[in-house]
Design a protein around this ligand. Structure first.
Ligand SMILES: [Mn+2]
Length: 438
């Protein structure tokens, strides 16, 4: 991949003498951090470019792109090769998603899946590109760490990732994955909704009791932060939490590496930064997220405000869900929020519900939210085992049309709003039939 990156640099250098550069990136944390790294690197390289952040890559969008420009895609496009084949310009893709079709002549693909077993985020790929351009860009390594965490690729530390961690001077510590790990422990636990901890999340007395059981005391009324605990204290805290957890199988996911990176000259939890960047994008302010990543102080203030709003709208969405009438089957629930929950947070809402202790393992959760003339559908499974929700959605859209993406336990699709009733009825048919067969 590193050789491919060198080739790409050479080719972009040649082409950019006569053509402008257009960069297109994805709107999640990995896409935003990729865009931040790439645009800063291009600027330092002295290149002129324009940048666009998109929720997804649709064929109409690709068709409208100007053939007079060099097209560079970050964190997307590996699945859209057929549509890029007809572009009369050169295309560069820096991405880590599955390559769906044959790579066309006019496309240069920089994707670790082509020659490595190590799974890294697009932000990490963009960082390797930036570092190849100049060592001056090593100050962008912290953004690559945030991108890795954003895409949940931080569990295995392979060769590329360990280089990124070194360059970023990241502090890595094993422990409980409650974030921000830099905040006083009692607050971090009380405000933790993702993950949700029964009897602790939102319950001050529950938090104090837990900390007492773990033998962690406050100093002058102030608790230390999670990352400040020593190994023994961390172990005790994990044990105390495990004793309270109804479902031990999910507990493994709550233990792992905590990553602390320097940001705005402070040591911050990469998970918290990732959540903040993600929140801004989902609240329709990807440019704020980008400005924040690029170290702009004004954007930082805005981003923090949006993050608070985001958490508030998640809470309202969850309240709406608990109060509204749901379509319930034997082992599924369908929540049709119409315009009450934003399409950009409907997936997060479905995820939180699927991790809630209120629902039985194996339950299928499907949530719908309007997105202009379309409907965003998100499906999750409670717990780890159950039916394949990607397959369920695929079967429900056969007669309606719509592309399904995702995994067996977390999938989504976009359908046309006119098909709302038809989709729900098809979906119920698929879900009910499956029950009979089981
Ligand atoms: Mn990604």
């Amino acid at each position: 991949m590193l050789e491919k990156i060198s080739l790409a640099i050479k080719r972009i250098e040649e082409l950019s003498r006569s053509k402008r550069i257009r960069v297109i990136s994805h709107f999640d944390t990995d896409g935003i951090t990729s865009a931040a790294i790439f645009s800063r690197a291009l600027k330092r390289w002295g290149k002129e470019f324009s940048l666009q952040i998109v929720k997804n890559l649709e064929s109409e969008f690709i068709n409208k792109l100007n053939d007079e420009e060099i097209l560079i895609f970050l964190d997307l496009a590996s699945g859209s090769l057929e549509h890029l084949r007809s572009k009369k310009t050169e295309v560069f893709i820096f991405d880590h998603h599955e390559i769906a079709q044959e790579i066309p002549q006019n496309v240069m693909m920089i994707n670790p899946l082509l020659d490595s077993d190590e799974r890294i985020s697009s932000a990490a790929i963009c960082y390797l590109f930036a570092k190849k351009l100049s060592n001056e860009n090593m100050d962008l390594a912290n953004l690559a760490v945030i991108g890795m965490v954003g895409d949940l690729l931080e569990k295995d530390i392979g060769k590329y990732f360990s280089d990124v961690l070194n360059d970023a001077e990241t502090v890595v510590k094993k422990g409980l994955l409650i974030y921000p790990s830099t905040r006083p422990l009692n607050k971090a636990l009380e405000y933790s909704f993702n993950p949700y901890i029964p009897n602790v999340s939102g319950r001050r007395e529950g938090v104090i009791e837990l900390l007492r059981d773990a033998g962690i005391a406050a100093d002058n009324g102030k608790y230390r932060a999670l990352y400040e605990l020593n190994e023994e204290e961390m172990t005790k805290l994990i044990t105390a939490m495990m004793l309270r957890s109804p479902d031990k199988s999910n507990f493994e996911e709550m233990i792992g590496n905590i990553f602390l990176v320097k940001f705005f000259n402070k040591l911050e939890d990469a998970r918290e930064l990732s959540a903040l960047v993600n929140a801004c994008s989902r609240m329709d302010s990807p440019e704020t997220a980008l400005g924040f990543c690029l170290g702009n102080k004004t954007f930082k203030e805005d981003a923090e405000k949006i993050y608070i709003d985001y958490k508030q709208s998640l809470l309202s969405a969850l309240e709406y869900v608990s109060g509204t009438e749901k379509i319930e089957g034997r082992d599924y629930i369908i929540i049709n929020s119409k315009d009450k929950i934003k399409d950009t947070i409907i997936g997060t809402v479905a995820s939180i519900i699927s991790h809630s202790p209120l629902y039985p393992a194996g339950l299928v959760v499907v949530a719908l939210g309007y997105n202009e003339d379309k409907i965003k559908v998100s499906a999750r499974i409670v717990g780890k085992k159950g039916r394949n929700v990607r397959e369920i959605l695929s079967r429900a859209v056969v007669s309606i049309g719509g592309e399904v993406g995702g995994h067996p336990n977390a999938a989504g699709c976009l359908i046309s709003k006119e098909k709302e009733e038809e989709f729900i009825s098809e979906l119920r048919k698929v879900l009910d039939v499956e029950v009979v067969r089981v």
